[in-house]
Design a protein around this ligand. Structure first.
Ligand code: AVJ
Ligand code: FE
Length: 440
């Protein structure tokens, strides 16, 4: 996967940028200007900020850093610098209007495609070196497309987005073992060869993992509801101190967006109220809720290394692969990715995406909380800027793995690492559980 010819890199970069822009257009074109400038939640930026920030990052990295061009709109960089202004503050900034923001991102993109066309293919040098920047920017736009989809989920009012239903569970789903044993021993974690892997996924290194059992499937709404009915939210035994304080202080009794109705549960999803589907992976839980459920079930969250070994290690060859199913890029048969569907598929779907040991839905559907803090790998080097990962390392953030239905394949692979605060629940987060196995 590391040696791709430059012509292929050029067309990959162009198609990744185009796909991201199609998504951005769908997410910003389905509501009116008033909704684009409104702040739908203090946790999120106005959609029009995300839109212009996408264009500004593309301008900074591809037009200015790669091509050496001058600033297009002097003075806007600081408005769209995520580190200068927390999300809650962004509505009061001198933002570009929706029309100006649309014009700006289109102008930047036109110039970027000219740069891509003009970059020589012969000899490969400049394009291969700058290819990472194009891939990083396509991933950045897709990451903000997921962020904007979260804003849509938090927004009040009638539905603005629609999508077809995901596939049902596979016919054999009910027969699957509840958990699988992953043998102890070293495996290769992270990557040094994946061309568009971001700094925190690098470098590849050997990691020793003790034997463990991991759930075949993500935890379902049905299973999670049993934790609720059993008084899980009222029992401090299951909770970390700060998690217990959060559920007490905010009166949290169920995943975000759930509401009790008669004997069952309803939830609001992208402007439509529906019954909570029992067979879907649980969604919109904090790390504290995930860890409390696991403790109640007599289990624990997998560590990040355990998750990656379950997802990438092939016991037959001893090699780590790009994805649970092998080295091929994800197809719609493998995983629920890319906002093709606006919800996770039921647990037990995507048999073709299973790992060699039969673990399903590791990629796509829901982000999976792991037990681990977000830390650098041995040999980590910040690239191309410290603010992508390095400033977040430490014990404040927990790692999520595997991507959700809202993540594009360009920003999702067996090595991809996401992170968030353990209190966060507006993100498309779920989990699966694990337990120690006795070494043989
Ligand atoms: C990797 C999802 C945590 O959204 O904060 C977007 C990605 N970094 N712009 C985030 C990101 C800069 C980042 N996450
Ligand atoms: Fe960003």
């Amino acid at each position: 996967a590391s040696r791709v010819d430059p012509g292929t890199l050029r067309s990959r970069a162009a198609s990744a940028l185009l796909a991201a822009r199609d998504r951005t257009r769908a997410l910003t074109g389905c509501v009116d200007d008033r909704e684009l400038v409104a702040q739908h939640s203090p946790l999120m930026s106005p959609l029009v900020w995300d839109l212009a920030h996408i264009g500004n990052q593309e301008e900074l990295w591809l037009l200015r850093a790669v091509a050496g061009q001058e600033a297009l709109l002097p003075g806007i960089d600081s408005v769209y610098d995520a580190f200068e202004h927390p999300r809650a503050e962004r509505p009061s900034l001198p933002l570009l209007s929706p029309a100006q923001a649309h014009g700006y991102v289109a102008d930047v993109r036109g110039r970027v495609l000219d740069v891509l066309d003009a970059t020589p293919v012969e000899g490969g040098g400049p394009l291969v070196e700058s290819s990472f920047a194009f891939g990083m920017i396509a991933q950045h736009e897709q990451q903000h497309d997921e962020t904007m989809l979260i804003t849509h989920q938090l927004r009040a009012g009638p539905a603005a987005l629609t999508a077809p239903q995901p596939p049902p569970a596979a016919v054999d789903a009910a027969l699957l073992p509840r958990e699988v044993l992953v043998e102890g021993g070293p495996f290769t974690m992270g990557t040094s060869t994946e061309p568009w892997a971001l700094d925190n996924e690098r470098p590849a290194h050997r990691r020793e993992v003790a034997p463990f059992f991991i759930d075949t499937l993500p935890v379902s709404n049905d299973a999670y509801a049993r934790f609720i009915e059993d008084g899980g939210y009222d029992d401090p035994r299951w909770w970390h101190q700060e998690g217990w304080e959060q559920v007490r202080r905010h009166g949290i009794t169920a995943p975000l967006f759930w509401r009790r109705e008669g004997g069952g549960w309803l939830r609001r999803r992208f402007g439509v109220v529906e019954e909570v589907p029992p067979a879907e992976p649980v969604l919109h839980v904090s790390w504290y809720e995930a860890a409390a459920y696991a403790a109640w079930a007599g289990r624990r969250l997998p560590t990040e290394a355990e998750w990656e070994k379950a997802a990438r290690h092939d016991p037959a060859s001893g090699r780590s692969r790009r994805h649970p199913w092998g080295d091929e890029d994800p197809s719609p048969e493998h995983a629920n990715l890319g906002q093709r569907h606006l919800r996770p598929a039921p647990v037990g779907a995507y048999a073709a995406g299973a790992s060699p040991l039969g673990v399903r839905q590791l990629i796509g559907d829901v982000w999976e909380w792991t037990a681990s803090d977000f830390l650098p790998y041995p040999g980590f080097r910040a690239f191309p800027y410290r603010e992508y990962s390095e400033v977040f390392f430490g014990d404040r953030y927990k790692v999520l793995r595997g991507g959700s239905f809202a993540v594009d394949p360009v920003a999702c692979r067996g090595t991809f690492r996401n992170w968030d605060l353990p209190v966060r629940r507006q993100i498309f987060s779920g989990f699966r559980t694990a337990r120690d196995a006795e070494p043989v």
